[in-house]
Design a protein around this ligand. Sequence first.
Ligand code: BEZ
Ligand code: FE
Length: 288
Amino acid sequence: MTTLSPESRITAQAVASFAGTADPRLRQLVQSLVRHLHAFASEVELTEAEWFEGIRFLTATGQKCDGLVRQEFILLSDVIGLSMLVDAINHRAAEHVTESTVFGPFYIAGMPERGHGENMAFSPGVPALVTGRVLDADGRPVVGALLDVWQTAENGMYSGQDEAQPQGNLRGRYRTDAEGRYAIRTIVPVSYPIPTDGPVGQLLAATGRHPWRPAHLHFMIEAAGQRTLVTHLFNHDDPYLDSDAVFGVKDSLRVVYEPCGTDHALAAEFDFAGEFRLARYDFVLERG
Ligand code: BEZ
Ligand code: FE
């Protein structure tokens, strides 16, 4: 008969205490979580002071959440790479479809539906047009797809986070036309730091990490019969592409904002009175 060490016995007892869980998936999740947390404590020989500091940190993380715009637990999941790991596990298979990335905590539902090429920027910045098509996995245009779009202002803050910005600034919902085309008039995105005034910011500072995300435009694209796509387009030349604080960058999501003048064919169509930048990107959705 093998005798368990006191530590192994505690782990075995804690795992076994959940053996009667009726839902098999819940049983698997809880037992595996307990096993891995115990393995972590044993591996690092966790001290009581460290355990207490962990409890304090998680309590402060919960207290920082406001139920509206601030979600410090999502931020924590993002900076430890857990959000992108869950994304990778759940979007494994499909080739030739647009890659997904992190959702982030700054989405606001119910933003105004805007016309083809309508401006969503009501704060200063470099004028830009982001345009392309939404296609299905067979390369056919998706008509009437809804693109929910959001980005920060030049001060690195999202409307909703920053009271100085007009409601709905740099947010909007756009629909594809009969050829699957979309067009968004906006400003070129800028890089910005994720919020550092809470426990997650303290964790980054204590571990010598920077809080910056490379410049990006967020998309959530929905269409009947297609799997909803949550993704970003990243400015191709951003200095933080290789060190995104939340590990969200994928090479296939980089776009060039090409400088254009008023002689460009799209200047008149989209009402640009001066120079602007043009980014083109075709999204390919996975069948739902
Ligand atoms: C964002 O891109 O909005 C974001 C993503 C993860 C954490 C914080 C912000
Ligand atoms: Fe963002």
